[in-house]
Design a protein around this ligand. Sequence first.
Ligand code: F6R
Length: 596
Amino acid sequence: MCGIVGYTGPRDASEVLLSSLRRLEYRGYDSAGIAVIGEHLAIHKDKGELAVIEHSLPSMHGGIGIGHTRWATCGRPSQENAHPFTDCSGTIALVHNGIIENYAALKKGLLDRGHIFSSETDTEVIVHLVEERNSGDLREALVSALSDIKGTYAIVLAMEGSEKIVAARKENPLVIGVGVGENFVASDVTALLEYTSKVLYLMDGEVAEISPSKVTIFDASGQTVRRVPEMVTWTAEDAKKGGFAHFMLKEIFEQPEAIRNTLIGNVDRLEQDEGVLGEDVPAIKLVACGTSYHAGLVGKYVLEKLGKIPTTVELASEFRYSSDVREDPLVIVISQSGETADALAATREARRRGLHTLAITNVVGSTMTREAEETMYTRAGPEIGVAATKTYISQLVALYLTAMRIGHRRRTIDADTLRNMRTELTSLPQVVRRVLDNSESVMEACGMIAQSRDAFYLGRNISYPVMLEGALKLKEISYIHAEGYAAGELKHGPLALIGPDTPVVAACMRDHTYDKMIANLSEVKARDAPVIAIANEGDEEIEQVADKVIHIPEVQPLFSPFPLSVATQLIAYHVANLKGCSIDKPRNLAKSVTVE
Ligand code: F6R
């Protein structure tokens, strides 16, 4: 779950590495480092964010280099444990993302053979193994070292006296940026966009030799692979803050466009019958983690309502423990990054069980797109803030389209309903825009939450999973303990915790759940808890039970998760901002969770 970069060419490598790493900090930010080869190999690394090493950067001249931004998995964040690592001779440098499972045994052997280690990490064994196997060809040395390694990796190596950098991947992403007279490698394309849009994705088991004028890719058996570079349509501007205080706020405001792009990319397949969604399956299982799991919970309501198809939702990390007895031959794995280790493991498990797999992801070329039988792209553009916002809303769109497509094929919705739903989806960008226009007034409701240690989020029916997601968003960026609850469950336990210090955020949509929500809020008010109601425009009755009301546009009940989600995202953002939290990089979290 770290970010790695490499460069070889005529530019000052340290500048390229630092600028590329800036785009990868979302992958980890507890330490950072770079290695540059000029006359000799020089390394600069430290604990803390990238800015720490930038401020103390010594003069490091040279056109070849590798860099790393870390999210600690093995060994605490410290200067010693920061990457890059070197061998005993100090001539080979290595950065790694992943986990070496058998590192303890390997380290013992290396120590017995006289190697000296400087860190507590699993990674350091790789560079020492490479040193032992090196007889001048860095790629061969790496391939030989990898044959002893059990685990997962994306690795980039550089060696004094060589203009080539060498890269290898297994279950962790790596993409090569192809330039003119220079080449790059990085954990994802956002790190490369400033320099090139031409990329080559490295596949599992492949090793690449990258020099300024040439990229050669070798497969697991050592044969060269011919691969044509692909053009990336994201621009460097897409990956910058564009005038917003935080990436998260920018991404919240990009949601109208994200919805539109997901629609444009997928809507024309609504009436098509081919592929995994064309199969006549008796049930569906949605599998995901975190926010993507919450998107799945919303998706279940929609799939069952429109497709009349039994749908279960499972946490990806739990899927492997479930018994292989249920009839759900289509597994839809939802993952914005397409790299989440638990989601990838679930995809593999589903295939092992002989089930059809469809990936819903935002990242073209991500590992999941190769693991799953089919992929549906959300096309929300790069998301840099650790908290998922626009990718989540795009996942909802993808799931609604999936439900409509299945409903059409199973004839559980007629042509008029399909048309009507399509119109409703097409109007969502404007609906969301109206919620965003109200952002300042959302802020007014946030003071009472910002002062609290705990908060409750309540909803019924399809609003319930939306409130689970609202609570997760608040937790992760404001560090306030928040619990999402089905409002009907309140009196079955959590009511014991409700009081003047526990604000309650409640979804009160004007549908068949409205009266019951009002009754629940009366119970909450009777315990003096502050109530923030998210209600439809024009609803005045709600004022009687709420201390603050956030009004959102009224849409067909099935589509209310869209404006409602955006309101809860704004609440989380403003609360975290009032508290001065590190919004884009919340503590202990990383954007792409590539460990199980
Ligand atoms: C929360 C968040 C995480 C991710 C989760 C799954 O804001 O971003 O909960 O949703 O780690 O990530 P993906 O969707 O990349 O599999």
